[in-house]
Design a binder for this molecule. Structure first.
Ligand code: HEC
Length: 172
């Protein structure tokens, strides 16, 4: 199942490359327009504090990198990233890419989207099953140490979209 999703991801990559190559051809025509846009942008920046405020992470550091949604996974990964901190997932789980996520009560969630099963051997890993798990772990695995956190279904979907949007991390 996840092999298929990897293949789909690779196909999407190929398509993106083809699109980029195609757009490189039309880029020359866009140069003039881009230069104009940049001049306008520079003018907007020069106009000082009235320009749009820069997004900041809650810790005041640079804003986190934008996420690329995984194909065919519903939900809002950016909101999921916020929920991952706000709902306390970080207290029990480590996740590379989220500096505050250093918990060790539950498994390290780095590369979790690539695991064939969740919370042991029996629950097949799919976006649907992961959302069901996050909503109500004991209903899938009685006696598990991950509690029900009282999330809304959309919140669970957004958390799944976030976890599935994470790039493969070979260092893990
Ligand atoms: C109180 C600690 C705790 C909190 C809070 C918690 N988890 Fe967990 N989580 C666990 C434990 C323990 C497991 C392993 C459960 C098992 O195998 O029975 C787990 C397992 C998981 C798994 C399956 C991982 C795998 O490798 O199979 C996912 C996905 C997950 N948690 C996501 C979340 C998300 C998202 C949140 C926040 C909404 C969250 N968890 C909050 C303790 C926690």
């Amino acid at each position: 199942m996840w092999m298929r999703e990897l293949r789909l991801g690779a196909l999407a990559g190929e398509r993106l490359r083809a699109t980029l190559q195609r757009s490189a051809l039309s880029t020359r025509h866009a140069v003039l327009a881009t230069a104009t846009a940049m001049a306008l942008f520079a003018a907007a920046c020069a106009s000082g504090p009235a320009a749009a405020p820069t997004a900041r992470s809650p810790s005041g550091g640079p804003p986190p990198a934008p996420l690329t949604p995984a194909p065919n996974v519903p939900g809002n990964p950016e909101n999921g990233r916020q929920l991952f901190v706000a709902k306390g997932c970080i207290g029990c789980h480590t996740l590379r890419g989220v500096p505050a996520a250093t918990g060790v009560v539950g498994p390290n969630l780095t590369n979790v989207a690539l695991r064939p099963t969740l919370a042991g051997e029996t629950i097949e890993n799919s976006p649907q099953n992961m959302a069901r798990w996050i909503l109500d772990p004991p209903s899938l695995k009685p006696g598990t140490a991950m509690p029900r956190l009282g999330l809304a279904e959309q919140e669970a979907r957004n958390l799944v979209a976030f976890l599935y949007s994470q790039p493969y991390n070979p260092a893990h």
